[in-house]
Ligand binder design. Structure first.
Ligand code: 5AD
Ligand code: SF4
Length: 446
C-alpha cells in the first residue's frame, strides 16, 4: 500500500445526512492518498461540508471560510473546497466572493470530488451544483474502521416545501436508493463490525424503492433480516406520512428500536397551516396516540420553531402546551430565520430577535423539566444497553444506549465494549440515565 503523504482536513456542519456524505468523501480521498488530519494548519486540502438550514449555520460557514484566507496566503498550494447545502445554495457566487476558494460542490456532486480536487491541483476553479434526477448515493463506500454504529442514507431530497425550509431547494426532489443497494451497504457495514444502523432520509417514511416499489416499512423488514445486525434506527419521519404500516413494522420487528423523531414544528394550527406542514395539532396528537398504542416504550423527539412570522403569544403557548401533552424525550428547538427561496422569507409580520429569543428560552426551560421527569420515570426499569465504551466523564464508568436511544452510564469493565448488557436504571438525569449492571445469568438471556 502507498503511504499517504497528502493531508486533508474535512469539516462537517449540519445534519446526519452531511455526516454520512463526509464519510463517503473521506473514503474517496483516502483512495487518492489523502490521510485525514484534525487541524486545517496541517492540511494540503481543506473540504468543508456545509449546512444552510438556518441562518446561523450559514453564517458559521462564511466566517470559517473567511478565516482560511490567512492559511492560503501562507501556503499557496493549499486547495480549499466547499460542499454541502451552502455550496448548492450559493454556487458560483461563492467563488466570486471568496477568491481563495478552489471549488464548490453541491450534495449531488459528492461522487465528483476526486475529479474536482484533480482539476484544482491543475489550477481550475469551478462550481458543480447541478441537482440530478437520479443522484441518490449510488456508490458503496465503507469506512475502514466504522465502529459499532453507522448511518446509511436511503433517500435524499424533499418534496414537502414547508414554507420556512430551504432543503427542497438545496437537496432537490425526493429520490430513494434501490433496496438492494441499501442492503448491500448494510451487509458490508455489518461485516466490518457495525451492530447498529441508522437509516437516513429527509423523510424516511416517503421511501419508495425505484425498482420494486417497496415502502419504508418493507425496507425495515428486509434490513431486520440482516444477520449479526442488532439494532435499527431511522430518521427523520414526517408526521403527515406516518402510516399504520410503519407503526406495525416498529412494533413487530425485533431489531427496530423504540425511538422516533417526529418533528411537530409548532403546536398551533394557525402556524402549522402557514408552515405548510400538512397536518393539524389534532392529527399530530392522533399519530402520537396511534404510535404509543402499538409501541408503548417509544421515546419521541421533535423539532420546534419559535417566532415563525406572525406567531402570536397564544400560538407560542400552543407549542408549550404541545410539549406538555406529548412529553418528548428530546427536543431540538430553533428561532425562526429567513432562508433564501422560501415563502416564509417573503412574509410580513416578522418577529423581533428579543421575542424569538425569550420564547426559545421559555420553551427550552419547559423541555428541560419534562425531559428530566421522563428520565426519572425510567428509574427501576431494566434496559438493554449496547455498550459503546468508557463514559466521557466518571472513572470506571461505561456508556452505551438503551433501545429508546437514551445514553446510559454504569460502572463496568471496558471489556464490555461492543456487547449488549442489561442495566437497572438507578437515576434519571437531564441528558442521560445512570444504572447498575445486571450480571448475565441464565435468567436474563431471554
Ligand atoms: N428557521 C428556523 N428553523 C428552521 N428549521 C428549518 N428551517 C428553519 C428556518 N428557516 C428547523 C426545523 C427542521 C430543522 C432541521 O431545522 O425545525 O426540522
Ligand atoms: Fe424541510 Fe419540511 Fe422537507 Fe423537512 S419536510 S426537509 S422541514 S421542507
Amino acid at each position: 500500500m502507498i503511504e499517504p503523504s497528502k493531508k486533508v482536513c474535512l469539516r462537517t456542519f449540519g445534519c446526519q445526512m452531511n455526516a454520512y456524505d463526509s464519510l463517503r468523501m473521506a473514503g474517496m480521498l483516502a483512495d487518492m492518498g489523502y490521510a485525514q488530519v484534525e487541524e486545517p494548519d496541517a492540511a494540503d486540502l481543506i473540504v468543508l461540508n456545509t449546512c444552510s438550514v438556518r441562518r446561523l449555520a450559514e453564517e458559521k460557514v462564511y466566517s470559517y471560510v473567511g478565516e482560511l484566507k490567512r492559511l492560503k496566503r501562507e501556503k499557496p498550494w493549499l486547495i480549499i473546497g466547499v460542499g454541502g447545502c451552502v455550496a448548492q445554495q450559493e454556487g458560483d457566487k461563492l467563488l466570486r466572493r471568496l477568491p481563495h476558494l478552489d471549488f464548490v460542490f453541491g450534495p449531488d456532486a459528492v461522487p465528483s470530488l476526486p475529479g474536482l480536487v484533480g482539476d484544482a491541483l491543475r489550477g481550475k476553479r469551478q462550481a458543480m451544483t447541478k441537482l440530478g434526477p437520479s443522484a441518490a448515493p449510488s456508490q458503496i463506500i465503507i469506512p475502514t474502521a466504522p465502529g459499532l454504529r453507522a448511518m446509511v442514507t436511503v433517500m435524499t431530497g424533499c418534496d414537502n416545501f414547508c414554507s420556512y425550509c430551504v432543503v427542497p431547494y438545496v437537496r432537490g426532489r425526493e429520490r430513494s436508493r434501490p433496496a438492494g443497494e441499501v442492503l448491500q451497504e448494510v451487509n458490508a457495514l455489518v461485516e466490518a463490525g457495525v451492530r447498529e444502523i441508522t437509516l437516513l432520509g429527509q423523510n424516511v417514511n416517503s421511501y419508495h424503492d425505484p425498482d420494486s416499489g417497496l415502502d419504508f416499512a418493507g425496507l425495515l423488514a428486509r434490513v431486520n433480516e440482516v444477520k449479526d445486525l442488532w439494532r435499527i434506527r431511522f430518521t427523520t419521519s414526517h408526521p403527515k406520512d406516518l402510516g399504520q404500516g410503519l407503526i406495525e413494522a416498529m412494533a413487530g420487528l425485533d431489531k427496530v428500536m423504540e425511538q422516533m423523531h417526529l418533528p411537530a414544528q409548532s403546536g398551533s394550527n394557525r402556524m402549522l397551516k402557514a408552515m405548510n406542514r400538512g397536518y393539524t395539532r389534532e392529527k399530530y396528537l392522533e399519530q402520537v396516540r396511534r404510535l404509543r398504542e402499538k409501541v408503548p416504550a417509544v421515546a419521541l423527539g421533535s423539532d420546534i420553531i419559535v417566532g415563525f412570522p406572525g406567531e402570536s403569544q397564544e400560538d407560542f403557548e400552543q407549542s408549550l402546551s404541545l410539549l406538555r401533552e406529548v412529553r418528548y424525550d428530546f427536543l431540538y428547538s430553533f428561532k425562526y430565520s429567513d432562508r433564501p427561496f422560501t415563502r416564509a422569507g417573503r412574509l410580513e409580520d416578522k418577529l423581533d430577535e428579543d421575542t424569538k429569543g425569550s420564547r426559545l428560552v421559555e420553551l427550552q426551560a419547559l423541555q428541560r423539566v419534562i425531559g428530566l421527569q421522563e428520565h426519572q420515570a425510567q428509574v427501576g426499569r431494566v434496559e438493554e444497553v449496547l455498550v459503546e465504551g468508557p463514559a466521557k466523564h466518571g472513572q470506571g464508568l461505561m456508556s452505551g444506549r438503551s433501545r429508546a436511544g437514551r445514553v446510559v452510564n454504569f460502572p463496568g469493565p471496558p471489556e464490555l465494549t461492543g456487547s449488549l448488557v442489561m442495566v437497572r436504571i438507578t437515576q434519571g438525569r437531564e441528558n442521560s440515565l445512570a444504572g447498575e449492571l445486571i450480571p448475565a445469568t441464565g435468567e436474563n438471556t431471554a
